[in-house]
Ligand binder design. Sequence first.
Ligand code: SAH
Length: 213
Amino acid sequence: MKDTTRHQGKRRQLVQTIVSKGIKDTKVLAAIGKIPRHLFMDSSFEDHAYQDKAFPIAADQTISQPYTVAFQTELLDISKGQAVLEIGTGSGYQTAVLCELGAKVYSIERQQELFKKTKLFLSKLGYRPKYLSFGDGYKGLPEYAPFDRIIVTAGAPFVPKPLLAQLAIGGRLVIPVGEGVQIMTLYVRKDATTFEKKEFGDFRFVPLLEDKN
Ligand code: SAH
């Protein structure tokens, strides 16, 4: 697991690319600049790891495009120590970004293969999420709720009600909603029953899949 000066140089260029696309949050940019993305991918893609593109990982899934990771994380607006729930652990790259921001990270993955592999990999890299769960993200994690922030990293055909219910007052949910193409959507919980909704343009994700059972 090597991180060479060549990797670091490419990573600085990637940060510049993301800045040129409009990302401003310096903490988010610092995390992207620090995390060795090439280690989160199959070694056959290593040369492409610092392109601003999504790539295949195991179990027919993808590691999200860095710009998308940065965009969603900027929208979350995380402060250190906040409880953050991620739906779709996947490669663990977004999980690592959340850890770098000092969040208490909870993450759910429904594919056993990815869940096991990523759990081991993140600990090898020194990341310590609070809890990695093998399960169905549509249900959230009621036993650990409420969450200050919730991020969904797969395309949701609709907004799962349990996720809104598990959001703290003042909390933010960032979720790409739609089939085929998704609209990045932010929900801010104003009080027990009121959610403010804002939309932020089109993205493409692999689908958030319903429980296999
Ligand atoms: N955050 C990841 C993105 C991975 S792609 C990364 O940076 O690599 C989306 C992930 O969501 C996939 O790993 C997929 O298996 C997972 N997923 C899909 N439906 C899910 C569900 N209902 N619950 C939890 N995870 C789900």
